[in-house]
Design a protein around this ligand. Sequence first.
Ligand SMILES: Cc1cc2nc3c(=O)[nH]c(=O)nc-3n(C[C@H](O)[C@H](O)[C@H](O)COP(=O)(O)O)c2cc1C
Length: 200
Amino acid sequence: MANVNLAVIYYSSSGTNYQLAKWAEEGAKESGAEVKVVKVPELAPEEAIAQNPEWKAHHDATKDVPEATPDVIEWADAIIFSTPTRFGNVASQMKQFLDSQGGLWASGKTVNKVVSAMTSAQNPHGGQEATILSLYTSMMHWGAIIVPPGYTDPVLFGAGGNPYGTSVTQSQDGKMVEDVEAAVKHQAKRTVDVASRVKG
Ligand SMILES: Cc1cc2nc3c(=O)[nH]c(=O)nc-3n(C[C@H](O)[C@H](O)[C@H](O)COP(=O)(O)O)c2cc1C
């Protein structure tokens, strides 16, 4: 198996997508990949974050996580994105990061990246598939190779059965409703496997 560099690029305000990113890191490392977990830059002002104790706590707890840069994309053979659902779409912080990659795109460096995506939302039908599809639309413009989990492993059924990418419902108390750890790890391993074949 070719050695794969995998970037897990996430945005999270209350920690769910950060946890998904960490599980993806574990799964990919178990497959032998070199992994970087990076967060997209925050756009909200400090005053807004400070007014929400959950957001502030997560913001402070992850201040040492490195920020995503074009260099990380260039380094990566594969990328797993994780973003909350915001009004049925990708969080603006993640969208802004994607929209900042025009230079990389213009130089052809987004082509053939092997990509996959994950999300979380407050409601099971609150736009989980739509969010992942929105992200995949941008990936088509990048010339990336989209690797959805499909139904490639029985663990996906226990995790809510989203074939577009792992998604999880976050209840009002902040906890995840479905147990998606195994599905995230499977998705990460599958992404590494396909990236290895593409690279090889
Ligand atoms: C501005 C805003 C818009 C949201 N829109 C949706 C939505 O359309 N559907 C939904 O189910 N949840 C929605 N949510 C809830 C988040 O998707 C959910 O809490 C998510 O799990 C947060 O992820 P995080 O913990 O990684 O920040 C929204 C939250 C915010 C703050």
